[in-house]
Design a protein around this ligand. Sequence first.
Ligand SMILES: [Zn+2]
Length: 127
Amino acid sequence: MPTYEYRCEGCGKRVSIFQSYDAYGKEAVQCPHCGSEELQRTITRVRIAKSEESRLDSLSDPSSWSGIDEEDPRSMARMMRKMSQEMGEELPPEFDEVVDRLDAGENPEEIESSMPDLGGGDMGFGE
Ligand SMILES: [Zn+2]
């Protein structure tokens, strides 16, 4: 459950309130210090966090990966395309090349050894 930051109009304190996405904006929030319901949101970062969360959710959803055969380069290519879409990130040109070659039925290990820049074959994911 996300934390929402508010500033209390009643006592002037900054308060953090746990609230579900569904409840936010519908259910009244109360200052834990003075009980006032005059709370003002102080940040808007939560929405960004939510979209990242839901993206990760869909990545960790096992059904997203059903039918992936690691021995089948074309299956791997599909999986990697899907992953890059889910990540919503700009990926290096090497990534496209690897996916295209997998899609053409090339052996992943041969592709990797022919592209030393891949750095351990992590395909640019991670930090
Ligand atoms: Zn208060």
